[in-house]
Design a protein around this ligand. Structure first.
Ligand code: SF4
Length: 471
């Protein structure tokens, strides 16, 4: 019986079995940022320990960084303090820091792949839920808590339970105007936000096979929103082409050896899965969330479902969502007025995300609806530079979008980019929880970057395919 990539990579990194089903796992790469590392470093110091493998530990700053100006000191003294603590810790322990000064800063899940740090067959962890993004390369990557960050800093290992593996096949072809974001929201919509608990998700099928690395990252990024601890795609020529020539990618003979290893860890044709789920690419519509979990979503032309259409156990959260969002069952999501539009985040803040929106709006005299605040926030300084080189900043600004500095921005709003009061935001990010975007009463509608741009222009949720003439 063959094995899945998950099993192969897990077994190769298992140092010891701690108890039945629970293993000590070696971490190939540890990414850290300013929010979850200070306490971990503090605990390390308290115990008189050092960082065991600084050469496998990399840092950046993303959550707290302001996006209007990155000039120091930051006006928020807490943000300035977090930055200072991170700078002190990376210096003290000899950790490579992708800093703003060097033009290397960005969202941790954008920076790792663009530097070539994220590679197939690796185990990767970071004190951030959306570490699952890195699975796009055929890595086993998961978010960890602060005490686990301490454990990895001190031992480069983690205690982990072995997961089951669910294969998610997306067959056929996506229709024009349907994107990777719609695929991942459709998967969560089908399986639920807890459907993946206890599982690693392996994504495959023609739709995934055809995706670029950026698109695979968008899909894997949201695995955690479906309850899966991690999600991955088997590496292939698309993966290798992306990695070739990047700063941390192997070169020469080491590259050939690496590709041989990467090929060897692909799931075997006769691998056994604990579950297999299939979605037809042709059935997926542009998806919009209407509620307070990423699973509460519908196609852009559908009506908000009734509570009765959900299992009994979910109806409480469904009723809570109607109240919080001020939306009613039977109402169309299309036409919902938006106050803010946000294109960015580790889900959809890569160059190709902006490229697609530019393709749709350039030269067509589209303008952001007066009264709508529309933010374009690159996922990294490298993405931002590339956008400026290509003139995308001028396209966005000409259409009435604000073109910002790199960071998490309004995804989590641990920085000055926040919703005000009951504002509704069309967002390309990954979480629509209550208060997620900085206002305790603010409302988030998740969708693809193209759909966010369409909402910004129309001033309401609309079908991007019609507005931009796709199809
Ligand atoms: S963009 Fe959002 S989800 Fe991604 S790392 Fe930043 S805060 Fe977390």
């Amino acid at each position: 019986m063959g094995k899945t990539l998950y099993e192969k990579v897990f077994d190769r990194h298992a140092v010891a079995e701690l108890s039945p089903g629970r293993y000590q796992l070696l971490m190939g790469l540890h990414l850290i940022h300013e929010v979850t590392s200070p306490q971990a470093f503090g605990m390390l110091e308290h115990r008189g320990l050092s960082v065991l493998m600084p050469e496998r530990t990399f840092a950046t700053v993303d959550h707290i960084i302001p996006t209007k100006s990155q000039l120091r000191p930051f006006s928020d003294s807490l943000a300035e303090e977090m930055m200072t603590v991170l700078e002190r810790n990376v210096k003290k322990y000899g950790i490579r820091f992708f800093s703003t000064d060097k033009g290397e800063q960005g969202i941790v899940h954008v920076v790792g792949p663009e530097r070539g740090l994220t590679q197939p067959g690796m185990t990767i962890c970071c004190g951030d839920s959306h570490t699952s993004t890195h699975g796009a390369f055929g890595a086993i990557a998961f978010g960890i808590g602060t005490s686990q960050v301490r454990d990895v800093l001190a031992t480069q290992t983690l205690a982990m339970d072995k997961l089951k593996v669910r294969r998610i096949e997306v067959t056929g072809k996506l229709r024009p105007g349907v994107y990777a974001k719609d695929v991942t929201l459709a998967v969560i919509g089908k399986l639920g936000v807890n459907g993946g608990v206890g599982y690693a998700y392996e994504y495959g099928g023609e739709v995934i096979d055809r995706m670029t690395m950026d698109e695979r990252m968008t899909v894997c990024n949201m695995s955690i929103e479906g309850g899966a601890r991690c999600g991955y795609v088997n590496p292939d020529s698309t993966t290798y082409e992306y990695l070739k020539g990047r700063e941390f990618s192997p070169t020469g003979a080491a590259w050939d050896r690496a590709v041989e290893y990467w090929e060897s860890i692909r799931s075997d044709a006769d691998a056994r899965y604990d579950d297999v789920v299939t979605l037809r690419g042709e059935d997926i519509e542009p998806v919009v969330t209407w509620g307070i979990t990423p699973g509460q979503s519908i196609g852009v032309n559908e009506a908000i479902p009734t509570a009765e259409s959900f299992p009994e156990a979910e109806r409480g959260v469904v009723n809570e969502a109607y109240d919080y969002m001020s939306l009613a069952p039977g109402q169309k999501i299309r036409g919902t007025k938006v106050n803010v539009a946000f294109i960015g985040s580790c889900t959809n803040g890569r160059l190709s995300d902006f490229e697609e929106v530019v393709r749709l709006i350039q030269g067509k005299n589209f303008k952001v609806k007066p009264g709508v605040r529309a933010l374009v926030v690159p996922g990294s300084q490298a993405v931002r530079r590339a956008m400026i080189e290509k003139g995308y900043d001028r396209v966005f600004e000409g259409a009435g979008f604000e073109f910002r500095e790199a960071g998490c921005s309004m995804c989590l709003a641990m920085n000055p980019d926040k919703l005000q009061g009951r504002e509704v935001c069309a967002s390309s990010s990954n979480r629509n929880f209550k208060g997620r975007q900085g206002s305790p009463t603010g409302r988030t509608l998740l969708m693809s970057p193209a759909m966010v741009a369409a909402a910004a222009i129309a001033g309401e949720v609309t079908d991007a395919r019609e507005l931009f003439g796709m199809g």
